[in-house]
Design a protein around this ligand. Structure first.
Ligand code: CP
Ligand code: NVA
Length: 301
């Protein structure tokens, strides 16, 4: 039985398999309308979500299956039932579980006890569904090429940067992590990504994005970090993705954001609504990649 817990555990061949299947599912939606008939997905949410929740639920419906929204606060988890016992129980009812949690260790606990495939819908360590969807978008836009430069600007010390530095290097791209000194990227992830390709850390924003083919940013205050808001606003201000910063990247670069965007903070209206932005295609691809992930983990494609 297979899970999708991280990009860390995927090799290039596996990633390419997901991308190819997602492309196929996207092109031929009708062919898969009954592919997961009778299958049930439980979606465990400890944190807020728009894209992950709706794309998984819509995706399951489009594959002929059913999705259940399982909210932490209204479940017995909020009254102290353990993650392990919750996983044991859910595994008796559903065929596959997706979970968005604060602690990655809790995800591993679910995977250990559920007895059905488990998908990481975001933890403090990785967001693999987003990173795989993002590779699909880069591929469609002609940017998933050996030696193309992927620049991650802003909070390169958290889940998105972790997943993306591995995803991009495994696919042959060069990665620049453009961030303030006080918020360095996770050294364990940098070391692992450097096994596959070039990863540089740059504290100068304009220098870091120079010649980039892909510019990527994420929120400055991730879910669970709300108390650090004031200091983060100060530290990340020089890393705003604005017109000036964009002018240092390649003219035909694409601008990506996992969303939700905080317009006027990590990205300006001018850039997110500008001609280089691909953020809505990027958001759409979450749907296609997740359909591919569910089909594969359930052995249906
Ligand atoms: N990008 C992403 O995972 O969005 P949500 O938080 O809305 O699910
Ligand atoms: N880094 C962000 C990603 C949101 C999709 C967070 O964890 O809140």
């Amino acid at each position: 039985m297979e899970n999708l817990l991280s990009i860390w555990e995927l090799d290039r061949k596996k990633i390419e398999g997901y991308l190819a299947l997602a492309g196929e599912v996207k092109k031929n939606r009708e062919r898969y309308l009954h592919a997961l008939e009778g299958k049930v997905l439980a979606m465990v949410f400890e944190k807020a979500s728009t894209r992950t929740r709706v794309s998984f639920e819509a995706g399951m419906a489009q594959l002929g299956g059913h999705a259940i929204y399982f909210d932490f606060t209204s479940s017995q988890l909020s009254r102290g039932e353990s993650m392990a016992d919750t996983a044991r129980t859910l595994g008796r009812y559903v065929d596959i579980i997706m979970a968005r949690l604060y602690k990655h260790a809790d995800l591993l606990e679910i995977a250990k006890y559920a007895g059905v495939p488990v998908i990481n819908g975001l933890t403090d360590v990785e967001h693999p569904c987003q990173a795989l969807g993002d590779l699909l978008t880069m591929q469609e836009k002609g940017k998933l090429r050996k030696g193309a430069k992927f620049a991650f600007v802003g909070d390169a010390a958290f889940n998105m940067a972790n997943s993306l530095m591995l995803a991009c290097t495994k696919m042959g791209m060069d990665v620049a992590l453009v961030c303030p000194k006080g918020y360095p990227p996770n050294p364990k992830f940098v070391k692992e990504a450097q096994r596959f390709g070039k990863v540089e850390i740059c504290n100068d924003a304009a220098e870091g994005v120079k010649g980039a083919d892909v510019l990527y940013t994420d929120v400055w205050v991730s879910m669970g970090m709300e108390e650090e808001k004031a200091e983060r606003m100060r530290a990340f201000a020089p890393y705003q993705l604005n017109g000036e910063l964009l002018s240092h990247a390649k003219k035909d670069c694409i601008v990506m954001h996992c969303l939700p965007a905080h317009r006027g903070l990590e990205i300006t209206n001018e850039v997110i609504d500008g001609k280089n932005s691909v953020v809505w295609d990027q958001a759409e691809n979450r749907l296609h990649i997740q359909k591919a992930i569910m089909l594969r983990l359930l052995g249906k494609a």
